[in-house]
Design a protein around this ligand. Structure first.
Ligand code: SF4
Ligand code: SF4
Length: 153
């Protein structure tokens, strides 16, 4: 997920302030608090994910979508903006109505695999420090699987 602060800080500033490299002893467990579904974030999507959301949402309210174009490559991708609460979050509890077909960025949060191979974690997630020590290699493999599922190369 990308915080709207991203645009103001740029990639380097954003990564430095919000994300840290995963140390070997990092413990994490999703405690299903839904904090990450209620942040003013821009959730990046692939086009297959966009189609899936529009189809699966049915009569539910859809989020506000946007499209970002990379000025260098001309490649584009869609995103949606969380305004208060993601519309795909159930009103009661902390259940994502898209699960298990939820977006790649949601499936892999609070982890991020950098182009240089470093695994980062988002310091805002309430599950950091809870549960067991994460296996860094397994988490990287999971991210690669989710990327593939999302239609990324
Ligand atoms: S903020 Fe972290 S612990 Fe809470 S729902 Fe999101 S991933 Fe799970
Ligand atoms: S799609 Fe699901 S997991 Fe992602 S922000 Fe919305 S409710 Fe949360």
């Amino acid at each position: 997920m990308v915080d709207l602060e991203f645009d103001r800080k740029g990639l380097d500033g954003y990564i430095r302030s919000e994300w840290k490299e995963v140390p070997p002893s990092l413990r994490w467990e999703c405690i299903r608090c839904s904090w990450c579904c209620r942040q003013p974030w821009r959730v990046n999507l692939t086009w297959p994910e966009f189609d899936r959301i529009v189809t699966l949402a049915g009569k539910k309210e859809l989020p506000r979508f946007g499209r970002e174009v990379d000025p260098e490559t001309g490649l584009d991708h869609p995103f949606f903006v969380i305004e208060g609460k993601c519309p795909m979050l159930e009103d009661e509890g902390a259940v994502c109505t898209m699960y298990p077909d939820w977006p790649y960025t949601c499936a892999t949060y609070p982890f991020l695999l950098m182009p240089d191979g470093r695994l980062m974690y988002h310091t805002g997630c309430a599950g950091i420090g809870k549960g067991g020590v994460i296996d860094i290699d397994s988490m990287k493999e999971k991210i690669m699987r989710e990327r593939k599922k999302a239609g990324m190369r």
